[in-house]
Write a protein that binds this ligand. Structure first.
Ligand code: ZN
Length: 239
């Protein structure tokens, strides 16, 4: 049963914007090639009897009423250990704008001292405090400098010994988005396991994540890069 708040919002022409931290997290995730699953919810969310933070009229806004039609939640794919990183930063007081986090089937709320409670979300759901709607998260970036610091864009360098395709996923069926050329060096973010590639007398399932000049990221099999099976990236530099 849709709420009066929903009907008022429809009458107003369905206006909404993202809270500043949500907009900033959205842009950071995209810049790092991490999938954003959503901000404003679908019609099921919007017409719920108890609209929550994926709507611009959340009934769970805290600690003040929403200062306008503002969405205060975002869902992001749980890559780069994102959920664990956010939770440890929240518990340490480094990100006071977080109201609660859901990931890996658990809910962690500032009002419950970040203690885990069961929740269906597997992806990372971030809800922010309503008094941070128009405040910036500053230079905080949960996609860099995480465990081992290996996921920073261009934190490492790889050298190609042959021309090879760069694909949009660590899979041989991924779309070709760029290429590396023999003898050239490239900034690299991290390594990940993907499709096993058999070529040039080698077998390897390690793919190297490269920031692309055009923005975003691509993956190249380590077979065509100089060095060991990790293209000489530290083993700690996993994506
Ligand atoms: Zn969510």
């Amino acid at each position: 049963m849709a709420t009066q708040a929903y009907r008022d919002w429809v009458k107003a022409g369905r206006p909404w914007k993202k809270a500043t931290p949500i907009d900033e997290l959205d842009k950071l995730a995209r810049r790092h090639g991490v999938q954003v699953l959503g901000t404003i919810g679908n019609e099921d969310h919007l017409t719920a009897a108890k609209p929550e933070d994926h709507t611009p009229f959340s009934t769970t806004a805290w600690p003040v009423p929403l200062p306008g039609y503002i969405v205060t939640a975002i869902d992001i794919s749980n890559e780069h250990n994102l959920g664990v990183r956010l939770l440890s930063d929240a518990r340490a007081g480094r990100i006071p704008w977080v109201k609660y986090l859901n990931f890996n089937g658990q809910h962690y709320d500032v009002l419950q001292d970040w203690k885990p409670r069961p929740n269906p979300d597997q992806h990372v759901h971030i809800s922010i405090r309503s008094d941070w709607c128009t405040r910036s998260i500053g230079n905080y970036d949960p996609f860099t400098g995480g465990s081992g610091g290996g996921s920073q864009p261009g934190a490492h360098t790889v050298v190609a010994w042959d021309r090879a395709n760069v694909r949009d996923a660590p899979r041989v069926s991924g779309n070709v988005v760029s290429y590396v050329e023999a003898g050239n060096s490239y900034p690299a973010s991290c390594w990940t396991r993907g499709d096993t590639v058999n070529a040039e007398g080698r077998t390897n399932d390690i793919w190297i994540k490269l920031p692309l000049k055009a923005g975003g990221f691509g993956y190249v099999t380590a077979i065509y890069l100089k060095g060991d099976e990790y293209a000489d990236l530290p083993t700690s530099a996993s994506c």
